[in-house]
Design a protein around this ligand. Sequence first.
Ligand code: VGL
Ligand code: ZN
Length: 199
Amino acid sequence: MDDEKVNYSLRPGDALVVTDVQNDFLPGGSLAVAGGDQVVPFLNQYLRRFVRRGLPIFATRDWHPPNHSSFLANGGPWPPHCVAGTWGARFSADLALPNYTRVISKATTKAVEAYSAFLGTDMEKRLRHAGAHRLFIGGLTTDYCVVNTVRDALEAKFATVVLADAIRAVNVHPGDGDAAIAEMQRLGAEMATLEQIMG
Ligand code: VGL
Ligand code: ZN
């Protein structure tokens, strides 16, 4: 295993993917992730760098109907969260998404659960249309949306860099987040932090 730090110079073909930085996953939300708000200032720095270079930016969101199958009342594992159109489903007001951000809504019907932003969405088509080859992915949650999105990105042959200072885990079981990070690396994702991103 090579732990040497490499730098990434942003270039055409790069895209930033910000996953599920929505009020319900942040402190005060219905499915709050410990330290979830701490990813926001890092993501804002990444956003600045991508905006400065005019590179594509995607923001994904959990966008459930009120009777979604993942909710406890319907036999699912989660409290109600990210119900389409509600405050909890909104992106954090502190997240500096530019006007040109492309928004991907997932798990939008009762029967469909989608931790991956690729599942049941036009994410792949829109990434290709934007000319993306290499994805920089950060946001919430490490052990659900991030790991599953990274897995599908690698499967679709995107080079994939996980923004290690801009992810947080639910950790339903202690260690889930760390296991997700190990899994992403095993699958071929690289891990980077802000100081490695030149731009
Ligand atoms: C997610 C928990 C419940 C996620 C979605 O996208 O990370 N986590 N629903
Ligand atoms: Zn959900």
